[in-house]
Design a protein around this ligand. Structure first.
Ligand SMILES: [Zn+2]
Length: 303
């Protein structure tokens, strides 16, 4: 069942209040991808245990797998059942139409990322598309996130290391960030300061000095994508500097698959797979809980 417009606006207004609180209370809202109900349950358990506000997020592929309305209903139902503060983020929506559908479905956070689909999209094209989504989002009050560049990596476990010097070339600059924020009117700027999609053999490192300079250059919220495989102390510092949202996917995917493989191997005669899932769910919940602690989000939920 779809939400009423009044409900959508209420949720979006509350999401905005929480994002505002990230600035004064110095914490970040964790954004955790889901591609099935097990992962959603794990996120809810971690949110309930730590009393942290958070958002589930879905990429284009994950939306295809579950469905926009189904996601909205699942999140609303679990939010009530667990008594938690939880929102939905449409992650890396590849075009304006997809973003509009997320807004229509009552998602509180919309990330429009034209360059994900078309790596060669010009800054002018990205600005144009982002402006259209910002304008459309005013209907519900959804918060719009974007950036003028393509984010490297993919949300998977990679065997290959990455070349940090090469990654540096795609870092955000304070000047570009300021121009993009002013040209688009976005709520949240997705900064690239060493964060990279995916999990790699070497841990990532964030350029916190650059993050500080970007923070000083723009007024809007800042998000960090690619929060997996990053030592927690970087996040502790990043939230002090002023990051409002941090995305995590690969760390959860890794523990999901590895734990599932192990419980299947350990229980070769069990065909009621749901009986094996609590172990998997608890392993994912532990990952989420660890992230929420490093985001300084514990105890920040307002239900
Ligand atoms: Zn991302």
């Amino acid at each position: 069942m779809s939400q009423t417009l009044a409900k959508m606006r209420f949720n979006c207004a509350k999401a905005r209040e929480t994002v505002e609180r990230t600035k004064t209370e110095h914490f970040a809202i964790g954004a955790f991808n889901i591609d099935n109900q097990d992962t959603l349950i794990a996120i809810c358990k971690a949110a309930q245990k730590t009393k942290s506000p958070l958002m589930v997020e879905v990429s284009h592929g994950e939306v295809k797998a579950i469905g926009l309305q189904n996601l909205r209903c699942m999140v609303d139902n679990y939010k009530l059942e667990y008594g938690i503060e939880m929102y939905i983020n449409l992650d890396h929506s590849p075009d304006v139409e997809s973003a509009k559908k997320g807004i229509d479905a009552g998602f509180e956070f919309i990330h429009i990322d034209v360059s994900q689909e078309r790596h060669d999209a010009s800054v002018a094209e990205i600005i144009e598309a982002t402006k259209e989504v910002v304008s459309y989002a005013k209907f519900t009050g959804a918060l719009v996130e974007s950036e003028p560049h393509y984010f490297g990596g993919s949300s998977n476990v990679h065997e290959e290391a990455f070349d940090y010097e090469e990654i540096k070339k795609s870092f955000s600059t304070p000047e570009d960030a300021k121009h993009f924020v002013e040209a688009t009117g976005i709520d949240t700027f997705a900064a690239a300061v060493g964060n990279l999609h995916g999990s790699y053999p070497v841990p990532k490192q964030l350029d916190l000095e650059l993050l500080s300079r970007i923070r000083n250059a723009i007024d809007c919220n800042i998000s960090l994508h690619g929060g997996s495989d990053t030592p927690g102390h970087f996040f502790e510092e990043a939230v002090k500097i002023g990051v409002s949202k941090i995305n995590v996917n690969s760390d959860m995917r890794r523990v999901y698959r590895d734990t599932l493989v192990k419980v299947l191997e350990d229980n070769p005669s069990e065909y009621a797979v749901m009986k094996l899932m609590p172990t998997v769910i608890d392993a994912i919940a532990d990952i989420v809980e660890g992230k929420l602690k490093s985001f300084n989000a514990v105890g920040r939920a307002v239900v």
